[in-house]
Design a protein around this ligand. Structure first.
Ligand SMILES: C[S@@+](CC[C@H](N)C(=O)[O-])C[C@H]1O[C@@H](n2cnc3c(N)ncnc32)[C@H](O)[C@@H]1O
Length: 242
């Protein structure tokens, strides 16, 4: 490891151990969330519902792993699909993104299909936890590797746990499974009014339950420690098993 990297790692460990900084970051996150901060950004023209920090982390993962297939649950307006496709385009090769959403609104579908990155994108309109959806995605994953997965659809404990059961087995050794919005557990109880997820039943509780039974994945804490502000604490999972 270079001196530059060693120094960075020491600084990142220092940030993680800095209780005052962590408290400020949590307070900033909660305050910005009240202004729907994650909705304010676009990637190559399409609205992306992510924090800029997480977008940078995903870029680093995609560039390092160079997946042939990225599976995304939760398309919304398409920004994250366009983002993943654009990094695959820069890498070159045959990389493809498959996105699943229970409802793809016609204007969003049209804009995604008209985008310069569309040739690397396949969309499925269905629930991510239907067996038929998983079967279609398993078929797409056949013969493609590495495979990476981003889960960002319905954030209830049960839904995320089922997505983990269906899609984690497709992630290849050395690649990543990112579970977004684990941060729900760390936010005030009233941060998500009118939503079925809660501080006690959310993507982070699903990840913890999943990790008890699946030894192929470990939480890569260095990523969240580095980001400081992330929607995915305990959600960056590295696949270490065959
Ligand atoms: C947070 S948004 C996705 C944001 C997108 N990944 C991005 O970064 O721009 C969540 C999406 O999940 C979709 N969704 C909700 N329930 C779903 C389900 N059962 N299966 C698939 N998608 C679902 C919603 O329709 C919504 O578009």
């Amino acid at each position: 490891m270079s001196e530059f990297e060693q120094r960075n790692q020491a600084m990142i460990r220092g940030m993680a151990a800095d209780a005052a900084l962590q408290a400020k970051a949590r307070a900033l996150f909660a305050a910005a969330n009240q202004h729907e901060y994650s909705y304010h950004f676009r990637w190559l023209g399409r609205p992306i519902i992510q924090y800029p920090q997480d977008i940078v982390a995903m870029q680093e993962l995609i560039w390092d792993v160079k997946p042939e297939l990225i599976i995304e649950t939760g398309i919304a307006r398409g920004g994250s699909l366009i983002f993943s496709a654009s990094i695959l385009q820069l890498i070159g090769g045959a990389g493809l993104v498959v996105g699943v959403d229970i409802e793809i609104r016609p204007h969003n579908r049209q804009a995604i299909e008209a985008h310069p990155m569309a040739k690397r994108i396949k969309m499925i309109e269905a629930s991510s936890i239907h067996e038929n959806t998983a079967a279609q995605i398993r078929a797409l994953a056949t013969g493609r590797k590495p495979v990476m997965v981003f889960l960002d659809s319905n954030h209830t404990h049960e839904h995320v746990l089922r997505e983990l059961e269906l899609y984690a087995p497709l992630v290849t050794k050395g690649s990543y499974l990112v579970v977004l919005d684990t941060v729900i557990e760390d936010l005030p109880e009233d941060a998500f009014p009118n939503r079925p997820w809660t501080k006690t039943r959310n993507p982070k509780t699903a990840v913890r339950e999943f990790l008890k039974r699946d030894s192929r994945f470990v939480v890569e804490t260095e990523i969240e420690n580095n980001l400081l502000l992330t929607v995915a604490p305990e959600g960056f999972l590295k696949c270490i098993g065959d």
